[in-house]
Design a protein around this ligand. Structure first.
Ligand SMILES: [Fe+2]
Length: 198
């Protein structure tokens, strides 16, 4: 398969004031597009042509760094647009809420750990909520890596590359992460991925 850039599932103004039109125009139209274009060029002539995106991400990790970086970022951003929604961050669907409380002690504790992972990722990368061996875990990864290559299934991720927040928050990454958790997360999509992760 070749990679294609999907449209955003909402308008460019829909996430303001927590994420501006300008951020989404750069992040989606330029950064994500570059991963798509570079990924397609790097895929040509490799053993991964014709494979699914997930197979490419897992298969290229540790073997073909340029392809992995772009395929990983394409995978991450495909989901990232759906991990956001206008008026997000509200009630968490029942089953998932129960599991979060079970595995983290409380919702506040989960949110604290998730934000701390994002703040603590040195340089570019992502913070994650993932399912590993039947448990919900918070992790962080550098650059384009994600939990798929560490034997886990990502169900929520936040992009902490500066291109995701610098226009709106400048160097205040913690404020961006708090706004993400409190006002932007699309919990219905997270719950959908959780139910598929089994
Ligand atoms: Fe990004």
């Amino acid at each position: 398969m070749s990679f294609t850039l999907p449209d955003l599932p909402y308008s460019y103004d829909a996430l303001a004031p927590y994420m501006s039109r300008e951020t989404l125009e750069y992040h989606h139209d330029k950064h994500h597009l570059a991963y798509v274009n570079n990924g397609n060029n790097l895929l040509k002539g490799t053993e991964f042509e014709g494979k699914s995106l997930e197979e490419i991400v897992k298969g290229s990790f540790g073997k073909n760094a340029p392809l992995f970086n772009n395929a990983g970022q394409h995978y991450n951003h495909l989901h990232f647009w759906h991990w956001l929604k206008p008026n997000g961050g509200g009630a968490i669907p029942g089953e998932l809420e129960k599991k979060l409380v079970e595995d983290f002690g409380s919702l506040d504790k989960f949110k604290e750990e998730f934000v701390a992972a994002g703040v603590g990722q040195f340089g570019s990368g992502w913070a994650w909520l993932a399912v590993k061996d039947g448990k919900l875990v918070v992790t962080k990864t550098p650059n384009g890596e994600n939990p798929l290559v560490h034997g886990a299934t990502p169900i929520l991720g936040v992009d902490v590359w500066e291109h995701s927040y610098y226009i709106d928050y400048r160097n205040r990454r913690p404020d961006y992460l708090k706004a993400f958790v409190e006002h932007l997360v699309n919990w219905e999509y997270v719950a959908e991925l959780y139910s598929k992760a089994g």
